[in-house]
Write a protein that binds this ligand. Sequence first.
Ligand code: PAF
Length: 283
Amino acid sequence: MKIAETIGEVRTQVAAWKRAGLTVGLVPTMGYLHEGHMSLVEEAARRCDRVVASVFVNPTQFGPGEDLATYPRDFARDRALLEDHGCHLVFHPSVEEMYPAGAATFVEVCSEMPKQLCGKTRPIHFRGVCTVVAKLFNIVTPDKAFFGWKDAQQLLILRRMVRDLGYGVELVGCPIVREPDGLAKSSRNTYLTPQERQAARVLSQAVFLGQKLVAEGERDGDRLVQAMKACLLAQPLARIDYVQAVDSETLEPVHTLRGTVLVALAVYLGKTRLIDNFIAEGL
Ligand code: PAF
């Protein structure tokens, strides 16, 4: 496995692979990797001849007062994990490499999508995500790129960006990977105190309850959301940011569950904000 710190090194390697007729899969990450990321790398290795993973804590997707400075980092460990799981090239650029002095160009999906759900408390987040992912697509020129459904809003916004800008990249969504007690894997789980970690099970309990209610025939979005909120409220350490059922195309709230619906939630445990969701299809 090679490590590249510059855009030039990545371009040279990818060009050589393309000349040899090999397909390239990209797994964008912010590092501090866990089994969720590894499932993306493994899927990329199954579907593509060569796998590129990026490890870059992207400053433009963090708002003022968010956890950019404290976001966990451990490149030595990430590198070993990536090598073990079949990655061929790690792109680990500096902030200056990705954002040269005076960088002033952003990519933004200018619809309601980035304003909904997490966008309400993180107004510049998805602009930062789209900008860095667009740059990674330009640098790596992958055939396919792999993202987790855990960040469902991110994946749906990136799908829109890819369609609108005509990127020739196939976005592959991979299932949420969970801890044995149901908690969705996240680098931010490491922020939780033992007590908060215990309490964090309630997120997946609310998700599983929502899935069960939909499977049993619930089609009233408001009733579904109320039931999930009641589940979360039973945990005194949990503070609800949002629970919403939204249209999977526009991300705007729906009152009747029809077609494909994203049911998403964000919950604070102490200072840590965690998210979880499920997609209900064929309604
Ligand atoms: O999902 C993430 O870890 C990040 O938002 C991403 C896609 C790597 C962009 O920085």
